[in-house]
Design a protein around this ligand. Structure first.
Ligand code: GLC
Length: 627
């Protein structure tokens, strides 16, 4: 049955209802005046926290000058800010700490005071737009003394545990926010295809599905945007950084890092794009462009991949940031580099030291019509939306109550559990587990008692450093702490090993591996054990029952030594909680770690997928024993 159409009765003006109308007359006459004054006194929409981030950003953008918009697109490095007045003068969208760029004292309070100081200058500008402070918190808040440092990504890849990695992201966000920072340039979703690459340990592994799975770290970082301890995450480095060809680096000091990824589009999409699809689905706030090239074109200049694929096809709504002075690698002609990068779709430029030149050049490019106002508006809008989304306008300064959780026992326990799950047992002829009442235990090897070596790169400094300057527990200290007075534990430098003495021990633990490095400085043509480590294995494993533990950012070549080992455990770069390694040597739980990368017999078995020597590797991707 069709409904009866609604016909309202026409309003009849009579003596009964005229009087009430007359009383409304003054209000009706004053309405336009009141509306005008309300418009002037009502808070600007962008200041209304009840509005959506998109609406607030659009309102604010409409109030901004070109200079203010370009300021938002500029990220300076704290150590290179020539005059702190520049923070307000240029209206930086962001300031970063590069690896090891820390305030005097390097405590959480020093960080919070530094960042709040920058923020107050940003808030002194006409529109009081807060800045984002960014850091490389890539395995905990690794720049800061006393932070809990988790296993680097390659070890987390061995866990295959998405929820564990999410919890690590959450705990890390709490420590980052406790220092006043808002943004981490993490996770690296690179897919390492050649472990001669110095950034292999920043990868979760050689297959894209591992990085996609463990992009769960983003959920930890960005848990509840706009609340106290959620921070912006960064999916990096877009795209194909782990697939560069050996010898193709643009940097003469490097072999693979910042090189050229020579794959068909189909191969690139299959191997390196899926983790970014996963990150976009998780609403990652930012994506960092890679230094590397694809098919000879610098990623920093690649409009098709950045704008058409990442922003268009994948629907990325956050903002794209360049890598450290990556802009400068596009062309020797600076203005060409600037307009190419911005027109390719990069929204914020990490210009660690030459921000005045960048700002002036981009301004000139816009005025000359070589960069459109629409492109500037799109970039600034994307940045502002994330600032509103993460509550920076409501809470621009550090929440000092978070300091209590910095370096907490709970975070250390989480890190220790991550270490346990990251270890991969590759051989065991009954030597493991070691009894907790073993009478005489020998511990030796270059990485047995060196916290810096087990932390690896990106730890207090960019490159990391050997020695015990950080806060944490070495593997040897963890072993000592695990045993009681029934056991005698001797930690002996490999160079001091005496064959006669070695024979007096029941078991030997030989911890070998690499010293710290980061990025291209870790590119290697060979991955052999050091002569000292090979000698330590020989001295111990030919004399008594031995367990070899590798502490390294990637597999090392130990084919010749394998037969002498009673057991072999890959511990990757376990971070500050070395006791987690001891836990596993004494049988705290079954080994659940599985290889995230292929372990080659020799260097001719690299890169994965295109080796010269296609015979079986020493251990295959996914290998690992339970006990
Ligand atoms: C570095 C790295 C990048 C890092 C950035 C800021 O060169 O390539 O991963 O986030 O600079 O430190």
């Amino acid at each position: 049955m069709r409904p009866t159409p609604y016909h309202p009765t026409p309003y009849q003006l009579t003596s009964h209802n005229l009087l009430p109308l007359l009383t409304l007359l003054p209000a009706l006459l004053l309405a336009p005046v009141v509306a005008q004054s309300q418009a002037q006194t009502a808070p600007a929409l962008y200041k209304d926290a009840g509005q959506s981030p998109e609406a607030r950003a659009a309102d604010l953008l409409g109030r901004m000058t070109l200079a203010e918009k370009i300021g938002q697109m500029t990220q300076a490095e704290r150590g290179n800010i020539k005059d702190s007045a520049d923070i307000a003068k240029y209206g930086f969208g962001s300031i970063l700490s590069g690896g090891g760029s820390v305030p005097e004292g390097n405590t959480p309070a020093n960080w919070a005071d530094m960042i709040d100081g920058y923020q107050k200058r940003a808030l002194s500008t006409r529109l009081a737009i807060p800045l984002l402070y960014g850091v490389d918190a890539v395995h905990g808040h690794n720049n800061v003394q006393g932070a809990v440092l988790y296993p680097h990504n390659i070890g987390l890849g061995a866990t295959r545990n998405a929820d564990l990695v999410r919890r690590i992201g959450r705990a890390t966000a709490e420590e980052v926010a406790a220092t006043g920072a808002h943004w981490t340039f993490s996770p690296c979703l690179c897919v390492v295809r050649d472990i001669r690459w110095g950034r292999s340990y920043e990868s979760f592994g050689e297959r894209p599905e591992l990085a996609s799975l463990l992009s769960s770290e983003i959920d930890g970082y960005q848990a509840t945007p706009g609340t106290g301890s959620s921070i912006l995450a960064t999916a990096k480095h877009f795209v194909g950084d782990g697939g560069t060809s050996y010898g193709s680096s643009i940097n003469p000091e490097y072999l693979l890092d910042q090189g050229d990824t020579r794959l068909t589009e189909a191969q690139l999409r299959a191997l390196h794009l899926p983790p970014f699809q996963a990150a976009v689905k998780k609403n990652v706030a930012s994506v960092m462009v890679s230094f590397s090239s694809v098919g000879g074109l610098k990623m920093h200049a690649d409009k098709k991949l950045i704008t058409d694929v990442l922003k268009g096809e994948l629907g990325f709504k956050g903002f794209v940031i360049s890598d450290w002075a990556g802009l400068d690698q596009i062309s020797p002609q600076y203005d060409l580099s600037v307009r190419t990068a911005v027109n390719a779709g990069i929204d914020m430029l990490m210009v660690p030291d030459n921000y005045p030149r960048f700002v002036q050049t981009l301004t000139d490019e816009v005025k000359a019509g070589r960069v459109s106002q629409a492109r500037i508006d799109d970039a600034a809008l994307r940045i502002l939306i994330q600032k509103f989304r993460f509550g920076l306008f409501e809470r621009p300064l550090t929440d000092r109550t978070l300091a209590a959780g910095f370096g907490s026992a709970a975070h250390r326990a989480l890190a220790r559990q991550a270490v346990r799950e990251s270890l991969v047992l590759l051989k065991n002829s009954g030597v493991l587990p070691i009894s907790k009442t073993v009478p005489r235990l020998l511990v030796t090897g270059s990485n047995a008692d060196d916290l810096g070596n087990q932390l690896g790169g990106w730890s207090l400094t960019w490159q990391g450093r050997s020695g015990n300057s950080a806060v944490g527990t070495t593997i040897a200290a963890g072993i000592r702490a695990a045993l009681g007075s029934a056991s005698k534990v001797d930690v002996v430098a490999a160079a001091s090993l005496n064959p006669a003495t070695v024979k007096t021990y029941d078991v030997g633990v030989v911890v070998v591996g690499e010293t710290p490095y980061a990025e291209g400085k870790g590119d290697r043509s060979a991955l052999s054990l050091s002569p000292a480590d090979a000698a330590a294995i020989r001295s111990v494993c030919t004399a008594i029952k031995c367990v070899v533990v590798t502490v390294s950012g990637r597999p090392v070549i130990l084919t010749d030594q394998l037969s002498s080992m009673g057991a072999l455990v890959a511990a990757w770069l376990p971070g500050s909680e070395g006791a987690g390694v001891a836990d596993m040597l004494f049988g705290a739980q079954p080994f659940t770690g599985r290889l995230p990368v292929t372990w080659p017999k020799n260097m001719n078995q690299l890169p994965v997928g295109q080796p010269k020597d296609a015979s079986a590797p020493l251990f295959a991707y996914g290998a690992g024993l339970d006990r």
